[in-house]
Design a protein around this ligand. Sequence first.
Ligand SMILES: Cc1ncc(C[n+]2csc(CCOP(=O)(O)OP(=O)(O)O)c2C)c(N)n1
Ligand SMILES: [Mg+2]
Length: 430
Amino acid sequence: MSALLHQLPSSCQGYAPRPSVPQQGLKGSAPQVQCRPTRILSHRTLAQAVSAPPAAPEKSKGKDKPKQQKSLTPEVAKDLYRDMFLGREFEEMCAQMYYRGKMFGFVHLYSGQEAVSTGVLRAMRPDDYVCSTYRDHVHALSKGVPAKNIMAELFGKKTGICRGQGGSMHMFSAEHNLLGGFAFIGEGIPIGLGAAFGVKYRKESIGLEGSDQVVASFFGDGTCNVGQFYECLNMASLYKLPIIFVVENNLWAIGMNHPRATGPSDPNDTEPHIWKKGPAFGMPGVLVDGMDVQKVREVAVEAVARARAGLGPTLIEAETYRFRGHSLADPDELRRKEEKEHYAARDPIPQLKKAILEGNILTQDELKEIEKDVLAEVDAAVQFAEESPKPDKAQLLENVFADPKGFGIHEDGRYKYQMPGFSSGNSALV
Ligand SMILES: Cc1ncc(C[n+]2csc(CCOP(=O)(O)OP(=O)(O)O)c2C)c(N)n1
Ligand SMILES: [Mg+2]
């Protein structure tokens, strides 16, 4: 196991584990979380929030000291900062729009977890694949989908990336190799695995030399307890597929606290460590601070390089936290105030800002310019979504696969319930 672990950077191995959340009725007292002042993040206040003093770094409790981080180039710093800032501002704007009744159904925000999406996806090529979950807006942004088309999708408009038919949980873009968001937990894992199999098949069985894409498959801690996770780890390992499994461990699965739902992977452990499931399946398992974009990026760069070189999959457990409730319909009353404050103080965006300024990589003015640009992009996305038309009614019957003898369609292929205004759409089976 340690041989496999050493194939990846040590930045993850010295990272201090998060404090457990004390559970009533469980034996032993959990370590106290350190309380720091809360900052409430909302749209238009992030720019001020990132100016606030950043969190003190966690002291490493591991044997290995974290490796000195490689310095960022100005180009990479700009890209990372822009992507994380856009992710946060986009999501905070979504909250406003949701509560104003502009969006329908469940909307799950990603605020707090940006370092994971940015750290992994900005380290990948545009033709690489990504598979997401219902918490998918920011993965789509990091993958390069324009903010205006994501916002329009959320508004149910024709200009949305799924023509307004997918909504918040089903972001998909063939053009960007975004394989989808999925409402059912774990559903995306086999889809990502299939894409990785396809890449390898095209290369080795068809002989397509350029077929060297890598797949990033994102999912949560709670999702690691569904069967698809294990089945896919097994197949990825068996076929040495070019995939990285990224577990965004935000400590909660709706109202279920991770240590209450997941057993340990080692007889000596008293709490669960998802990353340890990697070595059990013959692949490297890595634990990384998911609130630190540079560390996530460092791990991702190496895991992607391994996958591209034909060395197979990697399991990455990124410790992170969502700053809002499970969805915008969740009053978020279960999580303790101290826990929320602890993670708010480790907000990944001010952390990156501090690193950029202290390293003299970019100036305050350059960062402000990025922020201004992002705020304008988010405003323009809302305007675009507002002004976009609704889908035609005919769209409802497009891409519907149905038996012509079945409900709604006459035997000759005509619709039984053709509504006035339905001008296009075709039930013919090819
Ligand atoms: C197959 C299935 N079972 C149950 C649910 C209900 N459900 C929605 S989200 C969720 C928790 C998932 O938690 P986690 O994987 O940690 O992701 P997070 O929401 O924290 O990002 C559950 C059980 C579902 N969507 N699909
Ligand atoms: Mg979770």
